[in-house]
Design a binder for this molecule. Structure first.
Ligand SMILES: [Cu+2]
Length: 261
């Protein structure tokens, strides 16, 4: 009995290793604030839909927040933490940031390229997360000037489950056509005190990756079926294709929050 379970487990592991996607997380519990709040944001590199292993982050190249056309460097405020995944631990970061004024806070992260031994490539997921305070929109629909980024066409901090999200993929400010974008959600509890993912998954992991491909204008649309934190990762969309003599996948990642109406 035990032996059968072990074999089944090994097969499941092989399957999931092939289908799981890397995602740079920028996690904080809520995307819409009513009153001045100190955000506790976690930067973790993992596999959210699988709740698989977590990976070590190196020192990020850039971390900033855009607020009404003003870009503030937050690199110096990052603190290194150890994140506990389902079955391993990895180097991650956190930041405390005080959001006082009403408007859109756009956080941008350019992580260090990560060496993925299984594929012998580097992965660099340039990631954005949007937080709003007071319901006042102040520029969520504009690009922030990253090498590659997904520009939201729906408010990324207020998407309703059952509606759709449209994004435009840019590379060096220009629409990028024909790029595969993988879509995942955070599929486990997050303990922000313990810096840990939960052990249980909320839902079964879909049998294969959820994918949208950008059109000639770099646009893609996805219907959001359930409330939760959804991540969109357009793969290899950035201009840089090599790092330390190896292939680099420079991806654009965006996190959006879907809620029940
Ligand atoms: Cu991985």
């Amino acid at each position: 009995m035990k032996k059968i379970a072990l074999v089944a487990g090994a097969v499941a592991l092989t399957l999931s290793a092939a289908s799981q996607a890397h995602f740079q997380l920028m996690y904080t519990p809520t995307s819409q604030l009513e009153k001045p709040t100190t955000l506790d944001m976690k930067l973790v590199f993992g596999h959210p839909m699988e709740n698989g292993h977590v990976m070590d982050m190196g020192q990020p190249e850039q971390f900033f927040v855009m607020f009404k056309d003003k870009k503030s460097d937050l690199l110096k405020d990052l603190k290194k933490i150890t994140w506990s995944g389902h079955d391993n631990k990895a180097a991650a970061y956190q930041i405390e940031y005080k959001a006082r004024r009403n408007g859109d806070y756009i956080f941008g992260l350019v992580p260090a390229p990560y060496y993925e031994g299984g594929e012998d490539i580097y992965i660099q997921q340039i990631t954005k997360r949007y937080i709003n305070k007071g319901g006042l929109p102040t520029g969520w629909d504009a690009p922030v000037g990253l090498k590659t980024e997904i520009v939201p066409k729906n408010k990324p901090y207020q998407i309703f489950a059952g509606s759709t999200f449209t994004g435009q993929l840019l590379s060096e400010g220009k629409p990028k056509a024909g790029v595969e974008c993988e879509i995942e959600f955070i599929n486990t509890d997050i303990d922000t005190k313990a810096n840990a993912f939960g052990q249980d998954k909320h839902r079964a992991t879909p049998a294969s990756a959820i994918v949208a491909v950008t059109d000639e204008q770099g646009m893609f649309t996805f219907g959001i079926p359930t409330a939760g934190k959804w991540g969109l990762a357009c793969l290899g969309s950035g201009p840089d294709t090599e790092f330390k003599g190896k292939e680099l996948s420079q991806d654009a990642v965006l996190w959006i929050e879907a809620q029940n109406l």
